[in-house]
Design a protein. Structure first.
Lengths: 183, 246
């Protein structure tokens, strides 16, 4: 803004002076050949300076910055791609491990179930055998007791019979005789 | 004339001396035209010095602006000429920035439009014409003369086509320079005339004022557009010199 103000201040009085003096050259100012050398001279100077500035300063620096940014962006994209593939790999591995683990756990569950059932079966069998043997033992005991009781009853009967008979008769019958009668 | 007529539309194009300099009898005074050439140079330098002062990966506004202009011209050159045009990029870029800033600074009231003078635009056009012709002959040898006889034209048409092509080639610098200069001259004259109408009509001046606002917007567009056209035509001429077969 300061520059523009300066320009105005520098040129405005000159313009006013020219306006007051009246038009010096008739026709278009563009056709005033006298001004050509000055215009060309300053054009060459300013444009050469601009060209040098652009060539030596602006283009190398801007080009480098733009190139740098392009590199950075492509590097970042590469990095992102690499990380992405890495992440995909990890996910795949994780999925595999999860599948393996679930399979393993399933196996473990089935195996332990089977083992448990087997164990139960054997226990059942053992107990049955034990119970059976106990039953047969008891049965044998009962039978023996029965036999014993039978003999004891007979003996008691014999003794009773003998006692009763001896009270009424002198002659005591022998055991064989009583047994014969009892049967 | 200027004293009688306060809204003389031509007055703004007059060249007035600021410092009188004579070199070997030639008048090379520092004039208002020279001053605004320096302003265009300073504006371009300011844009890039500020834009490049803090070069970062993520650009700020001024850096963005300088990179946009760089990419704009770089893409234009690549599209029109291809990779062979790289060597001429500093010139094309400088040309665009200089004309662009001359046109735009000229839109500010009480300033001077450097590009409204035919000698300035003709200096550019003439330089481009000579440079393109030299580049054409250096790169293609005498084969460059093929541009005057496009392939696929029957031989009996040659006496007709070749002179037309030569005339059109020679008129390139004239059309290039006159286009820019005339656009600036006409636009700024009309702006000045309508600005004068506002003063002359007093209260009724709002009508030309509205028109002036619209016209000013159009002139802003033309200032950018003419810089663009001048630059892209230079690229096209350069392409013709590098690839005369196309």
């Amino acid at each position: 803004m300061k520059i523009l103000l300066k320009a105005f201040l520098l040129t405005a009085p000159i313009n006013f002076v020219y306006a007051a003096e009246g038009q010096k050259s008739a026709g278009l100012p563009q056709m005033d050949i006298a001004t050509f050398p000055s215009q060309l001279f300053w054009l060459v100077i300013t444009f050469s300076l601009l060209y040098l500035f652009m060539w030596k300063f602006v283009i190398p620096r801007l080009g480098a910055t733009i190139e740098e940014r392009r590199d950075k962006i492509s590097n970042d994209i590469n990095d992102a791609d690499n990380l992405n593939t890495e992440a995909t790999d990890i996910l795949k591995k994780y999925d595999e491990q999860m599948a393996n683990a679930s399979q393993e756990s399933n196996e473990i569950i089935t195996n332990s179930k089977k083992a448990m059932l087997d164990h139960l079966e054997t226990l059942k069998k053992e107990n049955e055998e034990k119970v059976n043997s106990l039953i047969s033992e008891s049965q044998a005991k009962i039978k023996a007791q029965e036999e014993k009781s039978k003999i004891e009853i007979r003996n008691a009967t014999l003794d009773t019979v003998k006692a009763i008979v001896s009270r009424y008769i002198e002659n005591i019958p022998s055991d064989e005789e009583i047994n014969k009668k009892l049967n | 004339m200027a004293a009688d007529n306060p809204i003389d539309p031509i007055h703004q194009f007059e060249i007035s001396k600021i410092a009188d300099i004579q070199l070997g009898g030639i008048d090379i005074s520092f004039t208002n035209s020279s001053l605004f050439m320096v302003f265009a140079l300073a504006a371009t330098m300011a844009l890039f010095v500020i834009g490049l002062s803090k070069k970062s990966i993520i650009p700020n506004r001024m850096q963005m602006l300088s990179e946009l202009s760089y990419n704009f011209i770089a893409n234009m050159l690549r599209d029109q000429v291809g990779d062979q045009g790289r060597a001429y990029f500093p010139f094309i870029f400088s040309l665009f920035m200089f004309i662009f800033f001359c046109n735009f600074i000229g839109l500010i009231p009480y300033t001077f439009t450097v590009t409204s003078h035919l000698i300035v635009t003709f200096a550019f056009a003439g330089l481009i014409f000579i440079a393109v012709t030299i580049i054409g002959f250096v790169k293609n040898g005498l084969g460059y003369l093929r541009i005057f006889y496009p392939s696929g034209i029957p031989i009996f048409l040659a006496p007709l086509i070749v002179p037309i092509e030569i005339i059109s080639y020679l008129s390139k610098p004239i059309s290039l320079s006159v286009r820019l200069c005339a656009n600036m001259l006409a636009g700024h004259s009309i702006l000045k005339i309508f600005a004068g109408f506002i003063v002359m009509l007093g209260f009724l001046g709002f009508a030309p004022l509205i028109f002036l606002v619209v016209l000013y917007a159009l002139e802003t567009l033309i200032a950018a557009l003419q810089a663009y056209i001048f630059t892209i035509l230079t690229c096209i001429y350069l392409n013709d010199a590098l690839h005369p077969d196309h």
